[in-house]
Design a protein around this ligand. Structure first.
Ligand SMILES: NC(=O)c1ccc[n+]([C@@H]2O[C@H](COP(=O)([O-])OP(=O)(O)OC[C@H]3O[C@@H](n4cnc5c(N)ncnc54)[C@H](O)[C@@H]3O)[C@@H](O)[C@H]2O)c1
Length: 351
């Protein structure tokens, strides 16, 4: 397989995770980067030792690239993605597709128009814990999944663009699009969404931080999200073992017709139960196993870019198509924007 020549679009913060994966991958070479900020370019030069440009256009003009990884703020994704596709480059763009539905649509349409390769960074579908859960679900051990519940009580974010409604697109766009995408991965197309929200507990937040969302699927299953920051006021940056002390929870429950799977972020556990019929005819849950994934940190188990970036590089190198298409991600974005609309209009939205 030929080495894939990668240009990094955006250098600081989240982009560093992708840069590290590219450096570790023997089938990839970081050949250049671009960043609008001088600090990003200076740091990029130190990290990668390759030319750094102030814009994607200049990077494309001066470098021979196969692919770009775009990890810049949400409102820049459309322009950067369309320009890269137009130039014939293969694109991995961070989630969400964009901070508006029309921009998200334009990205999916550009991928079609230029017969390009565009995949969106919904890495939860390919993180180690979800690969494990999907394997168990596909084996039929817990039957057909009829209900997924996601609970998160994260700490508050500092005052940056991610808590601005306009810049980020909203809570369901910037953050919970991951879980919506995961629900769709397990349950297929959605029928409707409905969001209830209370007053915010984080006063500096413009986006919602206190809500409950229900998703109905065409196959009859349902999924829920409960999200609140107020329970867990501590800042990020603690040791993994300290987070739960501050009330931070993150868990997924997958409930099937024959059993259930429960994943707990902080103790890195996956609990499998099966339903057993009692003598009196009632069904009870019986613990089958509780597996602790010790070889991973909590973040590696759930949020790792490893598999996603490795898959991207391999597909580009071998001339294959995307694992998850832009059209599929667009459907996730439609549901995420429908959640924002539901909260605004205080009613159920049909998809
Ligand atoms: N997949 C995940 O779990 C995950 C986690 C965190 C962030 N993200 C996503 O990654 C993206 C980046 O987030 P972030 O917090 O690192 O953002 P950020 O605001 O820190 O910006 C990242 C970098 O992009 C640069 N940049 C801004 N505009 C640019 C442009 N037009 N061209 C080139 N460079 C530009 C900035 O200078 C900065 O170096 C966002 O879309 C965010 O939603 C995804």
């Amino acid at each position: 397989m030929k080495k894939v020549r990668i240009g990094l679009v955006g250098i600081l913060r989240n982009a560093r995770g992708h840069g590290i994966e590219c450096l570790k991958n023997r089938n990839a070479r970081v050949v250049a980067g671009c960043d609008v900020s001088p600090a990003g370019r200076e740091q990029g030069q130190k990290w990668y030792g390759v030319p750094m440009y102030p814009s994607l256009a200049e990077m494309i003009k001066n470098e021979k690239l196969d692919a770009v990884i775009i990890s810049t703020p949400n409102w820049t994704h459309r322009q950067l993605t369309v320009d890269a596709l137009k130039a014939g480059l293969k694109v991995l763009c961070e989630k969400p597709m964009a901070n508006t539905l029309s921009d998200s649509k334009a990205m999916a349409e550009a991928a079609k128009k230029y017969k390009g390769f565009l995949t969106i960074g919904f890495e939860l579908k390919t993180c180690p814990i979800m690969l494990e859960i999907k394997k168990i679900v596909d084996s039929g051990e817990v039957g057909e999944i009829k209900h997924i519940h996601f609970l998160q009580t994260p700490g508050q974010k500092d005052n940056d663009w991610k808590i601005s409604q306009k810049l980020s697109g909203g809570l369901f766009i910037e953050k919970l699009c991951h879980q919506i995408d995961t629900f769709r991965h397990f349950l297929g197309d959605m029928k409707s969404v409905e969001v209830y929200h209370g007053p915010n507990t984080s006063r500096h937040y413009e986006v919602m931080d206190n809500c409950y969302a229900t998703f109905a699927f065409k196959n009859g299953a349902v999924a829920h999200i409960s999200f609140i920051t107020g329970l867990a006021a501590a800042n990020y940056g603690l040791k993994d073992s300290d987070y739960p002390k501050y009330g931070h929870s993150l868990r997924f429950d997958f409930i099937g017709t024959r059993g259930s799977l429960s994943y707990n972020y902080w103790d890195k556990s996956l609990t499998t139960c099966k339903l057993v019929k009692q003598k009196d005819g009632a069904w009870k849950s019986k613990l089958v196993s509780k597996k602790i994934f010790k070889k991973y940190s909590a973040a590696q188990l759930y949020e790792s870019f490893v598999y996603q970036d490795r898959d991207f590089i391999e597909r580009v190198g071998k001339g294959k198509k995307e694992l998850f298409t832009a059209l599929d991600s667009y459907k996730t974005m439609q549901a995420a924007f429908a959640c924002e609309e539901s909260a605004r209009k205080n009613r159920k939205i049909l998809l």
